[in-house]
Design a protein around this ligand. Structure first.
Ligand SMILES: CCCC/C=C/CC(=O)SCCNC(=O)CCNC(=O)[C@H](O)C(C)(C)COP(=O)(O)OP(=O)(O)OC[C@H]1O[C@@H](n2cnc3c(N)ncnc32)[C@H](O)[C@@H]1OP(=O)(O)O
Length: 280
C-alpha cells in the first residue's frame, strides 16, 4: 500500500502529465484539457470514512493544493451512496491511539477541503448522511442526483455534530435552518435539500452532474484566482481558524465523550439496527 501511495504522489506532483492515479480508496484523475481533478471515493459498500480513506483523501487534497490545481470534483464510485459518513467502527470500542489519529485526520481533511484555494464541486451521486454531508458541504457547489438523502443526522445516533460541521452547514443554509436540521437530525430528500439551499442543483444522472460541474468551473475563467481565493478565505477562514485553535481541546473532549458507556451502548444499538435492516 505504501508503494502505491508513493506512486500516486509522484504522478500527482508532475503537473505536465495526464494524471490517472489509483489509490486503493480514492481514485484521482486529472483532465488534461481543463486541469480539473476528479477524486472518486471507492471504499465499498458505502464509502464509510475510516482512517485509511481519510488519510488518502487528505493527502490527495494536500497534493492538489501543492500543484495549484484548477479545481476538484469530489464524487463516489457507488451508484447509491456518496458516503455513509464516519465509519462507525472507528467510534465503537475504539483503540484510543487509532481513534486520535482518525479524528486528527478528519479535522485536517476538512481544513484542506473547506479552505482549498482551488474551486470544488461535490457530485453527490448517492446518500450523504453525517460525515458524507460534511464532505459535500465542504465543497463550494453541490450537485445532487435525485432520490437520495443528505443531512447531518448525528443527534439520531446520540451524538453531537461538532461546531465545524455545524458551521459548514450554517454557511450554506443559514442559522435557523441549521438549528432545525441539527436538533432533529433530519435527512433531507434531494428536493428538500434543493429547497433550503443545501444543494445547488438537482440532476438525473452523473453525466449531467459532471456537465453542470464543468459549467461551474467555467465561471472562474475570467476571475483572477487570487481574488477568488481571498474572497473564499474571507468567508470561510474564521471557522477554519477556530478549529485550528481548538483542535487539541476538541480531541480531549472527544476522548472523554467517546468512552462514555452510554454512548458506546447507543452506537452498538445503531450498528445492530443497520444490520437488522439488511435482514429485512
Ligand atoms: C464522536 C462525535 C462524532 C460525531 C460525528 C459523527 C459523524 C458521522 O458521520 S457518524 C456516521 C453516521 N452515518 C450514518 O448514520 C449512516 C448509516 N448508514 C446508512 O444509513 C446506510 O448504510 C446508507 C443509507 C448510507 C446506505 O444504505 P444501503 O442500504 O445502501 O447499505 P446498508 O445495507 O445500510 O449498509 C451496507 C453495509 O455498510 C455498513 N455501514 C453503513 N453505514 C456505515 C457507517 N457509517 N460505518 C460503518 N459501516 C456502515 C452496514 O452496517 C452494512 O454492513 P454489513 O454488510 O456488515 O451489515
Amino acid at each position: 500500500m505504501a508503494l502505491r501511495a508513493v506512486r500516486s504522489l509522484a504522478i500527482l506532483s508532475n503537473p505536465l502529465r495526464t494524471y490517472s492515479t489509483s489509490g486503493p480508496l480514492v481514485n484521482v484523475s486529472i483532465n488534461e484539457k481543463t486541469g480539473i481533478a476528479t477524486a472518486t471515493l471507492q471504499r465499498p459498500p458505502v464509502n464509510s470514512l475510516n482512517l485509511e480513506l481519510l488519510t488518502e483523501l487528505c493527502t490527495t487534497l494536500e497534493q492538489l493544493e501543492k500543484n495549484k490545481s484548477r479545481g476538484l470534483i469530489l464524487t463516489s464510485s457507488s451508484n447509491t451512496v456518496f458516503s455513509a459518513g464516519l465509519d462507525i467502527y472507528e467510534m465503537y470500542k475504539p483503540n484510543m491511539d487509532r481513534y486520535k489519529q482518525f479524528w486528527t485526520t478528519l479535522q485536517q481533511t476538512w481544513i484542506n477541503l473547506y479552505g482549498s484555494s482551488y474551486p470544488t464541486v461535490a457530485v453527490v451521486n448517492g446518500h450523504a448522511p453525517a460525515g458524507g454531508c460534511l464532505l459535500a458541504l465542504s465543497c463550494e457547489y453541490r450537485i445532487m442526483l435525485n432520490n437520495f438523502t443528505i443531512g447531518l443526522n448525528e443527534t439520531k445516533l446520540g451524538m453531537i455534530a461538532p461546531t465545524w460541521f455545524a458551521a459548514s452547514m450554517r454557511n450554506a443554509i443559514g442559522t435557523r435552518q441549521t438549528e432545525l436540521a441539527l436538533i432533529t437530525g433530519n435527512l433531507f430528500t434531494t428536493d428538500e435539500a434543493l429547497k433550503i439551499g443545501l444543494v445547488d442543483e438537482v440532476v438525473q444522472s452523473k453525466n449531467e452532474a459532471l456537465e453542470k460541474a464543468g459549467k461551474f468551473f467555467d465561471k472562474f475563467k475570467r476571475i483572477p484566482p487570487h481574488a477568488r481565493t481571498m474572497t473564499k478565505t474571507s468567508l470561510r477562514g474564521a471557522d477554519i481558524q477556530a478549529l485550528v485553535k481548538s483542535r487539541n481541546e476538541e480531541m480531549n473532549k472527544l476522548t472523554a465523550f467517546i468512552n462514555d458507556p452510554k454512548l458506546q451502548e447507543a452506537i452498538g444499538m445503531y450498528l445492530e439496527s443497520l444490520k437488522q435492516k439488511q435482514n429485512k
